[in-house]
Design a protein around this ligand. Structure first.
Ligand code: AMP
Length: 527
C-alpha cells in the first residue's frame, strides 16, 4: 500500500475519530481528508502533477500533515525542510530539489527568503499561520499575534476554504514512487536528499505500530520534528497505520509537553534523548504528568545507560533505544517493548537493540566482509525501509549503497545473543598517541556523574599526543563540579589513554533540532 492508500483506508474506517490535536482543536480523519483534498485541488489547478515537488518549511503544525497528504493526492513529492535553517541554507536545498511550490509559516517567510526564491524553481508560495487551527494562543510556544499575509504569497487556509468540498483528479501513485525528500543533517558539501518512497514510509509506520503494539486506543505525542524521518514515520505514518491520534505542539517546550501528555493521556512517543533529559530535569514536571506514557522510544543520538535509569527511577517508564537514520526512513534496530537493553560490561555502552521490521543488519570490515560477534566494524543494513538512493545524485547513491546494503558510517558490533551496540560515527574517532578513543565511551562515563546534564567529547590538536581528548560538559541545575574533579572522575574509570585531559564547562551544548550534539562545532571551537 502507498501512504495515500493507508491514509484513505483510515479516512474511511475511522472518519470520525480524532486524528490531529493542536492546542484546543481536534481534526478527525474525515476532516483532514477534506482539507487535504481541497489543497490538492488548489495544487492541481496550477498545473502541479505527478512527480512535482512541494517544499514544506513548517514547524509541527496540522498544516504539515494536510500539505503532505495534499502533495501525495496530487501525485507529487514533499520536500521536508528544517524550520531552523536560514534563508541561504533553504535556497541550497531548493536548488537541489527544484520544487515549484513552497508552503511556509508566515514567521519564517523573511525578506531574505523572498529574495532567495526570486531566482529559484519556486513559482508559487503559500503562507500559513501557526495560529490557524488552534484556539488556545499558548504564547509559551506560539507566536503572540497573527502576521499579515506576506506579499507575494497566498494564504493557505483561505485557499483551502475556497476549494472546500472539491475532489482532486485521480492520480496513479505506486509503492516505489518517491513520497518525501528528506535532507541529511550533514552541512558540508552539496546537500543530499534521501528519496523516501511510499513503501519506505509505510513500512516504517508499520514497524513502529507492531514494535510498540499501537492501536486506535493509542495517543501519540509528536515531539520530534515532522520534517525529520522520526516525525514522518514515528509520528505521522504510525499514527495513520494504527488509526490512532497525534498530538502536535508547534515545537518542544518542556512544561507544555508535560501538560499535553497529562491532558491527552499520551501513550507513545519517540524523540531525541534531550527531550527526556529535559523532562527529567524540570522541577515543574511531576511523575503523575507522565503516568500514561508507557511506551517510549528514543533514537538519533547516543543514549547513556545512566540516563535511562535516572528517567525510569523518576517516572517509572523505560526508554527503549532505537537506531536508524534518514536513509533508513525509520528505525532498523530497536529494543523490544517490555525488554531492557543490555549494557556491555566492558564499555558500559547501552545496546541499540535487535533488527526490526524485516531489516537485515550486518557488521562489515573494511573490505565489506561480515565480522564475527564482538568485533568492531561498520554497520550495514538492507530492507524495505532503506531509500533507493539520493535525489539526482548517482555518485552519492553508489558510495552509500553497495550490493543493496546501505553503509551507515556508524561503527559497532553485535554480541553473541544478537544485540547490537553502536560505538560511534566512523569519522568521530579520536587518535591519541596512536590509540583509538571512541568519544561515546568517555561521554557514557561522564553521564554517570551526578552533576552532569550533558556531555560531548571531541579530539583536539595536541603537540605531544597528536590529538587529545577534550570534554564539554553542561551541569544540572543546582549542581557544581570543577573540570579537575571531572577529569579525576574519568581517570578512575577509564584507561589512561582515554580519560579527558581537558574539560570545559559550558551553559549548553550546541545541538541540532533532532537532538544531535554538534561535536564538529565543538572541535572547530577548540581547533
Ligand atoms: P539522521 O540521519 O539525522 O537520522 O542521523 C542518523 C545518525 O544518528 C546515525 O547514523 C547514528 O550516527 C545516529 N544515531 C541514530 N540512532 C542512534 C542511537 N540510538 N544511538 C546512537 N546514535 C544514533
Amino acid at each position: 500500500m502507498t501512504m495515500l492508500d493507508e491514509f484513505r483506508a483510515a479516512a474511511v474506517a475511522a472518519a470520525d475519530r480524532p486524528f490531529l490535536r493542536y492546542f484546543g482543536t481536534v481534526l478527525s480523519y474525515g476532516e483532514v481528508d477534506r482539507l487535504s483534498d481541497a489543497l490538492a485541488v488548489a495544487l492541481q489547478d496550477n498545473g502541479f502533477g505527478h512527480g512535482d515537488r512541494v517544499a514544506l518549511y513548517l514547524q509541527n503544525v496540522p498544516q504539515y500533515v494536510i500539505a503532505l497528504l495534499a502533495a501525495w493526492k496530487a501525485g507529487g513529492i514533499a520536500v521536508a525542510i528544517n524550520p531552523m535553517l536560514t534563508a541561504g541554507e533553504v535556497a541550497k536545498l531548493l536548488a537541489d530539489a527544484t520544487p515549484t511550490v513552497l508552503i511556509a509559516l508566515d514567521e519564517l517567510y523573511s525578506e531574505r527568503l523572498a529574495e532567495a526564491l526570486a531566482g529559484s524553481s519556486v513559482t508559487r508560495v503559500l503562507s500559513t499561520s501557526a495560529l490557524d487551527w488552534q484556539t488556545e494562543q499558548d504564547t509559551r510556544v506560539l507566536p503572540g499575534h497573527r502576521l499579515p499575509v506576506p506579499d507575494g504569497t497566498e494564504d493557505l487556509r483561505a485557499l483551502i476554504e475556497r476549494h472546500n468540498g472539491d475532489c482532486p483528479d485521480p492520480v496513479t501513485v505506486g509503492d516505489d514512487d518517491v513520497a518525501v525528500l528528506t535532507y541529511t543533517s550533514g552541512t558540508t558539501g552539496k546537500p543530499k536528499g534521501a528519496t523516501n518512497t511510499h513503501r519506505n514510509i509505510a513500512t516504517g509506520g508499520h514497524t513502529y505500530r507492531e514494535w510498540f503494539r499501537l492501536s486506535d486506543a493509542d495517543v501519540v505525542l509528536g515531539v520530534a520534528p515532522l520534517f525529520h524521518v522520526t516525525g514522518l514515520t514515528g509520528h505521522i505514518a504510525c499514527t495513520v497505520a494504527a488509526q490512532a491520534s497525534l498530538v502536535l505542539s508547534y515545537r518542544f517546550h518542556t512544561e507544555v509537553t508535560a501538560e499535553l501528555i497529562r491532558r491527552h493521556r499520551v501513550t507513545f512517543t519517540v524523540g531525541a534523548i534531550t527531550v527526556f533529559i529535559a523532562l527529567g530535569d524540570s522541577a515543574a514536571v511531576e511523575p503523575e504528568d507522565l503516568a500514561s506514557l508507557t511506551k517510549i522510544a528514543s533514537g538519533g543520538a547516543p543514549i547513556a545507560a545512566a540516563t535511562t535509569e535516572r528517567f525510569e527511577q523518576r517516572f517509572g517508564s523505560y526508554i527503549h533505544n532505537v537506531y536508524g537514520m534518514t536513509e533508513t526512513t525509520a528505525p532498523v534496530l530497536g529494543v523490544p517493548l517490555g525488554s531492557r537493553a543490555p549494557v556491555d560490561p566492558r564499555t558500559q555502552a547501552l545496546s541499540v537493540g535487535v533488527p526490526m521490521g524485516g531489516t537485515r543488519v550486518a557488521v562489515l570490515d573494511d573490505d565489506g566482509n561480515p565480522v564475527p560477534p564482538g568485533q568492531l566494524g561498520e554497520i550495514a543494513v538492507r530492507g524495505p525501509q532503506i531509500v533507493p538512493g539520493y535525489w539526482r545524485n548517482e555518485q552519492a547513491t553508489n558510495d552509500a549503497i553497495r550490493d543493496g546494503w546501505l553503509r551507515t558510517g556508524d561503527v559497532g558490533y553485535v554480541d553473541e545473543d544478537g544485540w547490537f551496540y553502536l560505538v560511534d560515527r566512523k569519522k568521530d574517532v579520536i587518535v591519541a598517541s596512536g590509540y583509538k578513543v571512541w568519544p561515546r565511551e568517555v561521554e557514557d562515563v561522564l553521564y554517570t556523574h551526578e552533576a552532569v546534564l550533558e556531555a560531548a567529547v571531541v579530539g583536539v590538536p595536541d603537540p605531544y599526543r597528536g590529538e587529545t581528548v577534550k570534554a564539554f560538559v553542561s551541569l544540572r541545575d543546582g549542581c557544581a563540579a570543577t573540570p579537575e574533579e571531572l577529569i579525576d572522575y574519568c581517570r578512575e574509570r577509564l584507561a589512561a589513554y582515554k580519560y579527558p585531559r581537558q574539560v570545559e564547562i559550558v551553559d549548553a551544548l550546541p545541538k541540532t533540532v533532532t537532538g544531535k550534539i554538534l561535536r564538529r562545532e565543538l572541535r572547530e571551537r577548540s581547533g
